[in-house]
Design a protein around this ligand. Structure first.
Ligand SMILES: Cc1cc2nc3c(=O)[nH]c(=O)nc-3n(C[C@H](O)[C@H](O)[C@H](O)COP(=O)(O)OP(=O)(O)OC[C@H]3O[C@@H](n4cnc5c(N)ncnc54)[C@H](O)[C@@H]3O)c2cc1C
Length: 342
């Protein structure tokens, strides 16, 4: 007998802006597919939840990214994000459809919405998760208990959090933590339209104007090649910038470099910065502290340059150079450029 027989399936809140779903929703759907595949006995499906105005035609996109079903709440009150209306709508979706778990991006919106919803339905929520699996020891009992990993104690430890007593189990997960599965346009699935009964249609907070977000500089989370500057490279940042230019990438930094005033916070990688997963990450004069590594270890290929042979960064690198950044980086860039031409 299942522990929570009325609750099933893994739901993913697919955040959108101007009717364009954010990639993190699709990353979570890809991960939810892996979760249901890891416990086929449960017979769970992956369900996308799409809230907004004029979003119904995006449901097929959500299916193409891996959802079996999409619940759409299409309402003018949901045109722009509002804590009040989104909480009302998502809470009612949960009460109506009873998901076993609900995953949300740990974005500004997700971090606002998920706790509000969790409090209203008295559900357990793990914030800022970095890993999720279904407890294999519970599956035979029909229990899809999630083991949710997240950094704790300043990032020095990873804790596993379980919410065994209530459903749904909720978690927010940062963008770029999970892989995006290939899109399959031929996938088919069910689209269910749901109309909430609004507690009130009077907004408690009136948003008079939503200004388009001005993006300063580059978004390092979207870069394919990153040259990471650590404190050991603070004296040669122009060299790193030049290398980034030559390789068609961008520079980013550790918190130490940001705190020392050498780079903008928007370029900080790590637990309190951004999570990145470029195809190539060249770590220059970076020691490899867990808080930094948490934000870049999923890069496809990591090259580290450090003059300390014992530096932690070498333990997660695909290739390491023991030496001075000033000497090694120019040679490395030359080598990479030659390899590209060959
Ligand atoms: C709650 C909390 C959150 C944090 N969040 C983040 C975060 O988001 N991102 C982050 O990065 N950090 C974060 N930190 C800080 C983190 O713990 C480390 O202090 C920081 O990452 C260290 O940065 P670093 O590697 O540049 O400097 P250091 O640890 O000082 O390392 C410098 C390295 O450079 C090498 N070196 C020196 N000179 C050269 C040279 N000429 N050539 C080659 N190598 C050289 C040294 O051998 C050394 O390994 C956080 C800390 C806490 C407590």
């Amino acid at each position: 007998m299942a522990t929570f027989p009325d609750y099933k399936d893994i739901y993913v809140f697919v955040e959108q802006k101007d009717s364009e779903p954010a990639e993190v929703g699709y990353e979570l759907i890809s991960e939810a597919r892996k979760l249901v595949a890891s416990a086929p006995e449960l017979g769970f499906q992956v369900v996308g939840v799409l809230l907004g105005e004029n979003v119904k035609d995006k449901a097929q996109d959500v299916i193409a990214h891996g959802a079996d079903k999409v619940i759409v709440v299409d309402d003018p009150l949901l045109k722009d994000y509002s804590t009040q209306f989104y909480t009302d709508a998502l809470t009612q979706v949960i009460n109506e459809f009873k998901p076993d778990s609900l995953l949300t991006g740990a974005t500004v919106l997700g971090r606002d919405l998920a706790p509000r919803v969790a409090a209203r339905i008295n559900a357990g929520l793990t914030a800022d998760a970095t890993g999720i699996e279904i407890d294999p020891t519970k599956v035979a009992d029909g229990d899809a208990l999630l083991l949710v990993t997240r950094p704790t104690f300043g990032g020095n430890l990873f804790g596993t959090i379980v919410c065994p007593n209530t459903r749904p189990q909720m978690a927010t997960i940062r963008p770029k933590v999970f892989d995006l599965a290939p899109v399959d346009e031929t996938r088919t699935g069910e689209v269910i339209e749901f109309a909430p009964v609004w507690n009130s249609t009077e907004p408690e907070v009136v948003v008079e104007e939503v200004l388009p977000k001005k993006i300063e500089g580059v978004d390092i989370a979207k870069c394919n090649i990153l040259i990471g500057a650590g404190r050991g490279a603070e004296g040669c940042l122009p060299l790193l910038e030049e290398a980034a230019k030559e390789l068609g990438g961008e520079v980013c930094a550790t918190r130490a470099v940001v705190e020392d005033g050498f780079m903008d916070k928007s370029r900080q990688v790590g637990q309190t910065g951004k999570t990145v997963r470029p195809t190539l990450y060249i770590a220059c004069g970076i020691s490899g502290a867990v808080q930094h590594v948490a934000g870049m270890e999923k890069s496809d290929f990591i090259i580290a340059i450090n003059r300390d042979p014992e530096a932690e960064i070498f333990t997660i690198s695909n290739l390491g150079f023991i030496g001075d950044v000033n000497q090694v980086l120019p040679l490395l860039v030359e080598g990479l450029k030659k390899a590209r031409k060959a």
